[in-house]
Every structure is written in structure tokens, then in C-alpha cells.
Design a protein around this ligand. Structure first.
Ligand code: VAH
Length: 322
């Protein structure tokens, strides 16, 4: 590969993570070195911090590989996937979308056509037979959801391609991610994003996850920083090539509602659990991320109080200008 400069492709670039990751990478490497693809119409990419955006279905292997070759891409952040709720409704489509493009990118890296891959796994890989709290890095993985099964398979493929071919693929088991810049879509933890929109718009929220359901969560700023820290770490420091646990925060819907009430005393929450309650019940309540802290210095800035304040301040501004 003749280029020394990192030329970065983000798939799913207009999604919840991609929207913020592209801005950060453009600051670091120059907008002209950051490329993005997603299913969305190009009009949706106006104003995005990208040198080039192209509407693309990443299951179209020929289109993706031509784009990578034409733009001399060195590093791919492969974020395009279907999340847990959507995957339950479309199991075979989820398997295809969540695995085929990853395997294609692993093959490109094996053939030295790209140098490095980031791929997001999820705490959805955890399931029955392990403690609910402080789940360690190496435990039996028995996911019971389509999304969790696809992420477990992806983790094993990443480890296989690293061990057999030396592919530099890195991964994080993201918890539920909370942000205001781009909406979440199709996830079980999305209640923790929707609640802020409804608090501002309606002063109340009906949660599809019942009280008492603690789930691992993380503010997007911390998720992006962790991702970039992992990608910047020396390869020899990384003891995990399936996917790193990342625990962040852990809270229940009523704990989050109480934080919102501290700022908006009139806010009210009610509960009407739906099919996503069973997904949430299959996941851990909290995660042990000591291996990530040891290997590449994982650290957090936002606790639940700071996250709630930052979300409400910024979301109010965003909704007022919409
Ligand atoms: C989901 N937000 O709810 C995603 C995440 C841990 C959950 O992977 O599907």
C-alpha cells in the first residue's frame, strides 16, 4: 500500500455511532481522508464531515470492494448492521447483513488490500449460564437473540482471521449507547435515548422496558473515545481479538427517570414492556471491563448525572432549531 496517510472508510456512516465517529476522525485525519457509505440518500449526508459520501448497500461486495480500491482505503470502521429489535423481526436478513460484509472485509485484510478493521460487537453476545453482574471478559457465550448470535459469530471470525492470517481487526462489545446527535434505531436499549426526546417534547415517557431492568449503557462521547483509544493502541498490547468488554454505566429505567426529574421535576415515566423486554432480560446487568483498562487504558468521562445533563442541554438546543 503506497499511501502512508490513513484513508478511512466508515460503513453505516449516518447511523448513531457513525455520525459522531466521522466528525472525530475528520478532526484527526482531515475530512479529505474520511469516506462514508450507507443506505441513506446522499441528501442525508449534507453537512457530514466526510471527504466523500456514497449511497451503498454494503452486502454488494463488488461495489464495496471497488470503492475501497478506487479511494485507496487503508482502515475500515464497519458499523453497518441491524440491531437487536430489528434483527428479531428479520432473522435471515440480519444474519446476511451482520456477517457477509464483515467476512468480505476480513478477506480484503487477509489479502493486504486494507490494513486495519474496527467492527462493533455488543453485550448482546452474553446469555444464559453466567452471572448477571460484572460479567468478565472470558465467559461462556450463549446468546438467545438473532443479533447476539450474529455478533458472537462475527467475534469468532475476527479472532480466526487474526490468528490464522494476522489480520489487524479490533472490536468492542458496546453496551447500549446514548447520544443526541443522531437517533438510535431498532435497538433494545433505545428506550434510554427515546426517554430524553419525550421528556423534552411531552414531559412524560412510556418505557418499553420495565422498571428494575438494569442494562449496561454508555454515553456516546465515551464510546467514541474508547473506540479511538483501541484503534490507536499498539497491536502487541491487545490480548483480546474476539471483542473487548466495555461496561460503562449500568442503570434501570427508574434510575434514569430520577436523574431527568432532578432537572425536570414534572417529568413522569410509565411502563408498557414489549417484545424487547425478553431481549433485555437475556442480557447482563453490568460488565467487567478491566481487561480493556489494562490492555489499552480504557477510561470514562461521563457518569449518569453528567450524561443526563449533557443530553438535555444539547437535545433541547437541537429540537429547538429543528
Ligand atoms: C441494541 N443498542 O439495543 C444495541 C446494543 C447492547 C445493545 O447492541 O440492540
Amino acid at each position: 500500500m503506497e499511501l502512508q496517510t490513513e484513508r478511512i472508510l466508515i460503513t453505516g456512516v449516518l447511523g448513531q455511532i457513525g455520525t459522531e465517529l466521522s466528525s472525530k476522525l475528520a478532526e484527526m485525519y482531515g475530512k479529505e481522508n474520511v469516506f462514508g457509505v450507507s443506505l441513506e440518500d446522499p441528501s442525508r449526508a449534507e453537512g457530514a464531515a466526510l471527504g466523500l459520501y456514497q449511497q451503498m448497500d454494503v452486502t454488494n461486495t463488488q461495489a464495496l470492494n471497488s470503492f475501497i480500491e478506487e479511494h485507496k482505503i487503508t482502515t475500515v470502521y464497519h458499523l453497518a448492521s441491524l440491531l437487536s429489535g430489528t434483527s428479531e423481526k428479520n432473522p435471515l436478513m440480519a444474519w446476511k447483513i451482520n456477517l457477509d460484509p464483515l467476512l468480505n472485509l476480513l478477506e480484503l485484510a487477509k489479502d493486504k488490500k486494507i490494513a486495519k478493521i474496527f467492527w462493533p460487537s455488543s453485550i448482546a453476545v452474553f446469555g444464559r449460564g453466567i452471572p448477571k453482574d460484572n460479567v468478565e471478559q472470558e465467559v461462556p457465550l450463549n446468546p438467545s437473540t438473532v443479533y447476539g448470535i450474529s455478533k458472537l459469530a462475527g467475534e469468532k471470525w475476527c479472532e480466526y482471521y487474526h490468528n490464522k492470517y494476522g489480520v489487524d481487526v479490533r472490536s468492542i462489545r458496546y453496551p447500549g449507547l446514548i447520544s443526541w446527535k443522531a437517533p438510535a434505531g431498532g435497538g433494545t436499549t433505545d428506550y434510554a435515548v427515546e426517554i430524553f426526546y419525550k421528556a423534552i417534547e411531552d414531559g412524560k415517557y412510556t418505557s418499553f422496558i420495565k422498571e428494575g431492568t438494569a442494562m449496561p449503557m454508555l454515553y456516546m462521547d465515551d464510546a467514541i473515545n474508547a473506540t479511538l483509544q483501541l484503534m490507536a493502541a499498539p497491536s502487541e498490547n491487545l490480548s483480546v481479538r474476539t471483542s473487548y468488554n466495555l461496561g460503562g454505566l449500568s442503570f434501570t429505567p427508574e434510575e434514569l427517570a430520577a436523574e431527568i426529574k432532578n432537572i425536570m421535576p414534572e417529568f413522569e415515566i410509565t411502563y408498557e414492556p414489549d417484545f424487547r423486554q425478553a431481549i433485555a432480560d437475556s442480557w447482563p446487568s453490568s460488565i467487567d471491563d478491566s481487561v480493556a483498562k489494562k490492555d489499552w487504558g480504557l477510561k470514562y468521562e461521563f457518569n449518569i448525572t453528567a450524561m443526563t445533563k449533557d443530553m438535555l442541554v444539547n437535545l433541547k438546543k437541537k429540537l429547538a432549531s429543528a
